[in-house]
Design a protein around this ligand. Structure first.
Ligand code: ZN
Length: 107
């Protein structure tokens, strides 16, 4: 058995694992960015929908759609995203956010 060859193979494998680890990290970052972009679009969509409903002036439907908009934002919050003006759309990494909670309470 050529010990040098085995050692070279292990070193090569270690290098490839390092590269894969780096790629995995950047893919993970891209997924986070996509999730955050998606949640920002959902929040903007809810705000626009609420504004449109307010302008349309159909009082019977307003309460229903504001309730639906609130549910969508509350759901987004529970899925782990900020819905507050401070960090909106970004992933919540430190547990509950007081800004989000007070925003959801006001809605
Ligand atoms: Zn927040």
């Amino acid at each position: 058995m050529d010990k040098q060859a085995v050692f070279a193979q292990v070193a090569h494998l270690e290098e490839r694992i390092g590269e894969l680890y780096g790629e995995l990290g950047s893919l993970k970052q891209k997924i986070i960015e996509l999730l955050e972009e998606n949640s920002k679009l959902q929040i903007e969509n809810e705000h626009l929908r609420n504004r449109m409903d307010r302008q349309s002036g159909k009082s019977g439907e307003i309460t229903v759609s504001i309730g639906e908009g609130f549910d969508a934002l509350a759901r987004l919050y529970h899925e782990g995203f900020h819905v507050c003006n401070v960090h909106y759309g970004s992933l919540r990494t430190d547990g509950d956010c007081l800004f989000c909670l007070s925003f959801l309470r006001k809605s």
